[in-house]
Design a protein around this ligand. Structure first.
Ligand code: EPZ
Length: 420
């Protein structure tokens, strides 16, 4: 299993170009199941979860071609299978996103339940309830969802009991080809949904209109036209590199993302003391001499502070000049990085879903264990400013969602090596 060897402390200086967004690519790839004609998707990040989703789509009977610039072209074969296997869905929970399109287009689907992971139980009840309101019948047996919709899906009014990214995406995908109008309320409005998935489907002829903050209207259409579409940049990768620049008192120009998309995170980093200059599609960020603490930082649904940046910010607040508190409100067990940060010298205590970070920690290099995608990158960030060598094990977690992170970090001055 690959590991990282990082020799710190390093100061980050230079330019980083963002990859395409993993969390925009996954629903867009699932959406290609709705098409009859070939679809070209550009700017897909070359990360494990995307390769798994492409394998899943291939397993359904689609042909996937790469053109010379390595963009993926998805071509539907005559016969489509409607079975999404456990072996593929268990490693990448977003595999459940093929359920909506399969039911909407092929009126039947057998998809594995995604199962839980370290950060939480990850249930899919909101997905199943919403698809049920559109006319899907299902039963669960031996870890699989056996679903069908003999008469096809019919538009309906659905209000999500709780905001859910995946359930919102599955319902939009299913409603795109359903008969009549669907209104979804209390939706997740992450940019991957409200901007990228919506633009992708509307460019292909779908009729999706966002009304008010969390409501969307979808007028079902008969078919979608083949298109070429380039996925947006990864806002969580951008936030991650902003934190790395600030914690290392460095300066970095990050290209590819409209800063407005991460305005909440940038406001927070300014509060911590960072100097930030926004451009149309890039950010210049400089770390302060002194990192200020944050009294209470709560993770929220977009456009609040994202749970996916909770771990990187915790690493940063270990270096703040005072006590900070982080409250994780989205997932039930997303503090797995705390024990590893403490091995570097962090002083953190946990009370229920709150982490109390003492601050003013001096990190000493140590051997560390990755546990989930975002926890792993928090360890990389902390190791960059730790004195001496750190080894980070099981970086396959990182490879799920960060494309060639060691190359990007080495280019801006981090002494990092991948040991296979
Ligand atoms: C998406 O996961 C992201 N994954 C996650 O990013 C992200 O952390 C999460 O949204 C929250 O922003 C992708 O986009 C592929 P949810 P998702 O449905 O859709 C509960 C990463 O690191 N819930 O918004 O699974 C759920 O348990 C990943 O890139 C139900 O109870 O998140 C959680 O507590 C990690 N029933 C909360 O809602 C359901 O049917 C939010 O989950 C669905 C969700």
């Amino acid at each position: 299993m690959d590991r990282f060897l990082i020799n710190g402390p390093c100061k980050i200086k230079g330019v980083i170009n963002l990859s395409g967004s993993k969390n925009a690519s996954l629903p867009i790839l699932a959406a290609t199941i709705l098409f009859e004609e070939p679809v070209e998707i550009k700017n897909l990040p070359n990360v494990k979860d995307i390769r798994t989703m492409l394998d899943l789509i291939k397993s359904l009977g689609f042909i996937i071609k790469k053109n010379k610039t390595n963009n993926s072209i998805i071509i539907k074969k005559k016969i489509i299978k409607t079975f999404a296997s456990y072996s593929l869905v268990k490693t990448m929970r977003a595999g459940i996103l093929v359920l909506g399109p399969l039911i909407s287009k092929y009126r039947k689907a057998t998809t594995s339940l995604p199962g839980g992971c370290l950060i939480g139980a990850r249930p899919v009840n909101f997905h199943l309830d919403a698809l049920g309101k559109l006319g899907m019948k299902h039963r669960i047996k031996k870890g699989y969802i056996f679903a069908n919709a003999e008469k096809g899906l019919k538009g309906s009014i659905i209000k999500f009991p709780k905001i859910s990214v995946g359930a919102t995406e599955n319902a939009i995908l299913a409603a795109t080809l359903a008969e009549g109008k669907t209104i979804l309320k209390n939706c997740a409005i992450e940019p991957e949904i409200r901007i990228d998935l919506t633009n992708f489907l509307n460019k292909a002829g779908a009729k999706i209109k966002w009304k008010g903050k969390r409501s969307v209207e979808i007028e079902g259409v008969k078919k979608l036209n083949g298109i070429s579409y380039s996925v947006m940049a990864d806002r969580i990768e951008c936030g991650t590199f902003c934190v790395a620049a600030v914690i290392s008192k460095g300066e970095v120009k990050i290209n590819g993302l409209n800063p407005k998309i991460i305005s909440t995170e940038l406001k927070l980093l300014k509060k911590i003391g960072a100097k930030i200059k926004n451009f149309e599609n890039s950010i210049l960020i400089k770390g302060p001499k002194k990192i200020k603490s944050i009294k209470l930082l709560k993770t929220k649904e977009y456009d609040g502070f994202p749970t996916d940046l909770q771990a990187p910010f915790m690493a940063l607040l270990c270096k703040a000049n005072g006590k900070s508190v982080i409250q994780e409100r989205i997932f039930e067990n997303r503090f797995t990085h705390v024990g590893e940060l403490k091995r570097l010298g962090a002083k953190i205590s946990i009370i229920k879903n709150k982490a109390i970070i003492k601050g003013n920690s001096n990190f000493e290099g140590a051997e560390l264990m990755s546990s989930d995608l975002r926890a792993s990158v928090a360890l990389v960030i902390a190791a960059i400013v730790a004195k001496g060598n750190s080894i980070i094990n099981r970086i396959y977690h990182l490879d799920r969602g960060y494309e060639k992170i060691e190359n990007k970090l080495r280019k801006v001055g981090v002494n990092i090596k991948r040991l296979s």
